[in-house]
Structure formats: structure tokens, C-alpha cells
Design a protein. Structure first.
Length: 149
């Protein structure tokens, strides 16, 4: 599947598409094929998570591994994530975006989580690609304190 041109036309567009494509109601199918088109070959998603002993660890996943790891969560929970602020630095074809976000169980609902995404983007001369996203849910609130998107 080819990327939707509007999803990869700018740094803002690709970041917004990534948030929109993982958001939805419990059990609502996500468009994972479209989601995959945002990521460069070899891209990684890196959540900072606590292991069974409570130690924070970086978990390095491919887009397909991340989708598989989160399928049960999305089947059981409504989850809507959106950007609240950003800082962007561009040098040549490479851009780094610090994207702060909030998540809610409904569009416009009270936040259940706040965090920051460190997003590395690359422009190949035609379109933008996500090379990696590393994130930390800095503040887990409410019902999803023990869940993970």
C-alpha cells in the first residue's frame, strides 16, 4: 500500500497522521496498513516501559511488533491521543520533533495520560518518513494507569 500523499507531505502531517491512526474506540479496527506506510524500512517504535520488577526499560519494536503488542489493548480500550505542543529542529533532510501529547478515552475527554514523543523524521526528496519514535508516558492518570497504548 502506498502512503496517502497528505499523510507524508510535511512534518506536521506525518505526526498528526500517526496520532490519528492509533486513535479510536474500543474494538474499532485501526487502519494498520495505512499506519505502516508512515514508517521507513527498518523504523523502530521505542516505548519506555516498566518491567515486572518496576525497572524502566526501553523496549525496541518494529511497527508490526508494536501493532501486535497493542492489539489486545485497542480491542478493550477506547484511546485517543493528540499532540499538545511541539518543538522541531530540521537539519538537511533530517528533522527531530519533540511532540508532547495527551491521551483520553474519548475525543476531547479528560486526559488519562500525558507524555512526550521523540520523533525522528527523514525526507527522501519526495516524502517524509518516520525513522523512529521513542516515548515515555510521563504521567498516567485515571483508568489506564496500568494499561499501555
Amino acid at each position: 500500500m502506498n502512503a496517502h500523499p497528505e499523510d507524508v507531505a510535511s512534518t506536521e502531517a506525518i505526526v498528526q497522521a500517526s496520532y490519528a491512526l492509533l486513535s479510536g474506540r474500543a474494538g474499532e479496527p485501526r487502519d494498520w496498513d495505512r499506519f505502516r506506510t508512515l514508517y521507513a524500512p527498518g523504523a523502530r517504535l521505542i516505548p519506555i516501559e516498566r518491567d515486572a520488577a518496576g525497572i524502566a526499560r526501553a523496549r525496541v519494536l518494529t511497527p508490526d511488533e508494536w501493532i501486535a503488542a497493542r492489539a489486545d489493548f485497542f480491542a478493550r480500550h477506547s484511546f485517543f491521543e493528540y499532540e499538545t505542543s511541539r518543538e522541531e529542529t530540521r537539519l538537511g533532510r533530517l528533522t527531530h520533533v519533540w511532540s508532547r501529547y495527551e491521551a483520553a478515552e474519548s475525543p476531547g475527554g479528560p486526559p488519562i495520560r500525558r507524555g512526550a514523543n521523540s520523533i525522528q523524521l527523514w525526507h527522501d526528496g519526495t516524502r517524509w518518513w518516520i525513522l523512529s519514535i521513542a516515548w515515555d508516558a510521563i504521567e498516567a492518570l485515571g483508568a489506564l494507569r496500568d494499561g499501555r497504548p
